[in-house]
Structure formats: structure tokens, C-alpha cells
Design a protein around this ligand. Sequence first.
Ligand SMILES: C[S@@+](CC[C@H](N)C(=O)[O-])C[C@H]1O[C@@H](n2cnc3c(N)ncnc32)[C@H](O)[C@@H]1O
Length: 395
Amino acid sequence: MQRPAPANLPPLAPAALEHSAAAAAHLRAAIAANGGWLPFDHWMAEALYAPGLGYYAAGNVKLADVDDGAKTPAGDFVTAPQLTPLFARTLAHQAAEVLRQTGTQTVLEFGAGTGALAEGVLLELDALGLQDTRYLILEVSADLRARQADRLKAFGDRVQWLDALPHAFAGCVLANEVLDAMPVSLFAWSPEGAVLERGVTVDAGGAFVWEDRPAPDALATAVAARMPPLPGYVSEINLQGEAWIAAMGSWLERGAALLVDYGFPRNEYYHPQRAGGTLMCHLRHHAHGDPFTAPGLQDITAHVDFTAMAEAALAAGMQVLGYTSQARFLMNAGLMDLLARLDPSDAQAYAQAVAPVQKLLSEAEMGELFKVLAIGRGMQEPLSGFSRGDRLGKL
Ligand SMILES: C[S@@+](CC[C@H](N)C(=O)[O-])C[C@H]1O[C@@H](n2cnc3c(N)ncnc32)[C@H](O)[C@@H]1O
């Protein structure tokens, strides 16, 4: 954390800088309204989601589309569904299994980004004979919701958007890179072994600066339950993500949720050597660790503590159905069969289709850092995505 912003950022356009200045002014006002100090999770929530100003709530490009042949795609980062439709199509096979097992016909996707995952899943469900499946999306960004509606209009009213969590739901839940976009609390262990909460304040020149204060009891207890005191150690904790899973325990009546994200089990997450945490920012395809760079223009994320998410699911009365690497999950769920359907006679097109698959599977890229956690209720049979290489025992 707090690795400096990259020196080689491309210049930001005047309109972008103006937007960032407005977002920064909003953040300074939020700090002032809270008595001069804002816990980081509140600051991050405003930086990402403040209406009209936050990174996800304003009209910037954000997620890049990579199929336009450009060397450096637009936006700030690329996710698996945008790299290749084969990601969505493979996930559709796992979703189909959940729907068939539970006798349900609805998929609910959280944070659908550009709609690429929804599109690929729906097309593959059609190919699997599940044309009656409805697709619900819950998206907190109005701007992305408009992008999704445009991309998915060919599916008509099979796709619908929810404005709030459902009261009850049966079917398959999908969330790719959603937990990592939820605001996290930052904590630091003091030299005396107390838990401090890291927040944001403003210096005399108007710049954002860190300030640690004694953590409220709930945060201190949650941190102490996860790791021993380690003076100087700074990390983060996704209590909002855990609350989101706990809420799922009240509305998921039957079915499974497939949660894909980058992260680790707890013992790796809070490893003594990961002393600066995992907070990362993405701006124009540069990854760095300074959340105070260009507020409103960059994504801010943290890796996921999958042990915490699995514990939240169990505490909410749900099952933990599987946990494995993205590479293992995709191979188990049929990615290789889908790849075998491609026509190798056009060598160039074939190479173009295969290259992003390597990125999804490679240990050095997304294959190992990204994981899939499946949780659910009323599931009787094991899911094929976890048939080999399940790592539940590591959580
Ligand atoms: C990193 S993007 C990933 C987008 C997409 N799933 C993909 O893989 O391309 C995070 C997405 O999650 C959404 N999001 C964050 N918190 C959410 C929440 N609590 N409920 C629904 N969507 C959320 C954001 O608006 C954004 O669309």
C-alpha cells in the first residue's frame, strides 16, 4: 500500500482533471462534515460511488473493451469477461448445472460492468437449451447500467435490472470482481499492539493525508480475530463484503453463488510479509498503490479474504460448495471443450482467440491469483467446477 503513483501516467485531459477536482472537493467536504477525519471505507465509498462524481458513478470509460484491435485499450482496466467470451461461456456451463440441479430458471448477476458476462452467459445458456432463463442484474453504477442496457437490448425483457437486493431468490448468482470493488476499512497495528483505524484528513495545502485513530471496538475485535498483533503492519478488511454475503443468507432460498475475484485464504492474506496490505488503484492501465491520485478518475480495489467470505456464508446458514483457482475452475467447467470447438484452419483468428485464454489460465497472470468461491443453499450435488483441485481445506 502507498506505493507512489506511477510517474509515467499519460497526461489526463482537461475535462478529466476538472472532474477529479470536483470529486476531490466533494471528498474534502465529506471529511469536513465528519469533523475533519473520515474512515477510509467512507472515503473509498465516496471516491468510487458518490453520485455523478465517484469513479463508478460518473461517465468515464472505466472498463476497457479489448476487441477493437487497439494496442492499449481505452479505460483503466480489463476484466476476464472482456478478454474473451469463452470466460462467460464457461461460467454458463456451471450456471446451467446450478439451474438444472435446483429446477430454477433465473440468473442474478451483481456488478455486471459492460454487460459482457451477461451476454456470453445468455448466448451459451441458449446453446445449452435453456432459452427460458431470465437474467437479473443489480448494478450500483447508473452509468454502467446504461451501458449494460445498450449491450443487452437484443435479449429484450429476458434481462431486467433490480434496484435493490431481492427479498427472495432461487437460481444462480454471479459476481465477477465485485467484492474487490466494495469499500474496505484500513487498519494498522500500533507499536503497543493496539488496532488503529486508518482514515483520511486534509493538510494545510488541501492534500489528502493519512491519519490513524484508535479503532472502534467492532473493527478492533474483527482484526484481532484474524491475525496476531504485528506492530507497523497495515492491511484492510472488507466488512461490507461480509455483510453482503450475510444478507445473501437471508434472500438466497435455493441455489448457488459463484464469486470470482482476486484474493487468498486468510493465512496468506494476513501473512507477516504482506505488511502493507493489498490496496491497489487502476488508472489508464497503470496499477499502483496511491488512492489519493486523481480521485474520481481511478479505480480503487483490495484483494479478497476468501476465508472471511466463506465464514460469513456459514454464519448466515449457507453452504460453502467449493473454492479453487480460476484456472482450475475454468478447466473443470469445460473451457477446453469450448476451445476445441474453435476452427484452427484460420490460424490468425485462432491465435487471437487462444491468447486471452492463456491469460485467464496462466499462473503468472489471472489463473492463480483469481479464485472462485461457490456458496449456496439447498444444493445436493457437487459442482463440476470444483471436481478437481478443490481447495476448501485451505480456507
Ligand atoms: C471491477 S467492476 C467489475 C465489472 C464486471 N463484473 C466485470 O467483470 O467486468 C465492479 C463492478 O461492481 C459493481 N458493484 C460494486 N459494488 C456493488 C454492489 N454492492 N452491488 C452491485 N454491484 C456492485 C460496480 O459498479 C462495477 O460494475
